[in-house]
Design a binder for this molecule. Structure first.
Ligand code: FMN
Length: 171
């Protein structure tokens, strides 16, 4: 097969400019989760778009916290966390948990899940995990969790989505 060496308009050099890389990757639409856990001084959590199912057997999921995250080290120490899948309309929760250094749990209802992690009110699902493995991911970490238990909203409707740096909804 002959592949032209000539760049075309469709070929972008993704390795050069981080802002451009972020902009192009923003075309990948995803849901939004809030990763929560119990730190030594109380609940901790942060908003995360980079979440994925990983394995059914063993049951694994993954997410990628920035190395600069102040909440992840607190959660990591407990060895457990919960992944809260946000519902449409929960933009305020997403924004609150994206603000570093604030009392993120002040204006949100929550309870402890069966495995001792904060489960936020009104989320579509909460997946409680134990820390399984952590890998290098450049300026992020790749955190793999082994699923311990799950709860889901009985009347789940629509997810909160994120596409091209804006919140979206199916409805
Ligand atoms: C929609 C959205 C998606 C985000 N996705 C991620 C992500 O995948 N990984 C990450 O580390 N931070 C992500 N963030 C940013 C963190 O939520 C933000 O840096 C937060 O302040 C970290 O808080 P902390 O310092 O308490 O850990 C996202 C923020 C928003 C609003």
């Amino acid at each position: 097969m002959i592949v032209s060496a000539e760049p075309t308009e469709a070929v972008l050099d993704l390795g050069v400019d981080p802002a451009e890389l972020r902009r192009v990757l923003s075309h990948f639409c995803s849901g939004i989760v809030v990763v929560t856990g119990m730190g030594a001084d109380g609940p901790a959590g942060f908003t995360c778009q980079a979440f994925s199912a990983l394995s059914l057997d063993p049951p694994l999921v993954l997410f990628t916290p920035q190395r600069t995250s102040t909440s992840w080290p607190l959660i990591q120490r407990s060895g457990r966390f919960s992944v809260n899948v946000l519902e449409a309309g929960q933009e305020p929760i997403s924004n609150a948990f994206a603000r570093s250094g604030t009392d993120k749990f002040a204006d949100v209802g929550w309870r402890l899940g069966p495995y001792g992690n904060p489960v936020l009110d009104g989320v579509l699902a909460a997946i409680e995990c134990e820390l399984y493995e952590t890998h290098d991911g450049g300026d992020h970490l790749i955190v793999v969790g082994r699923v311990l238990g799950m709860v889901e909203h009985p009347d789940a409707t629509a997810p909160l989505l994120y596409f091209r740096s804006r919140y979206r909804s199916l409805v």
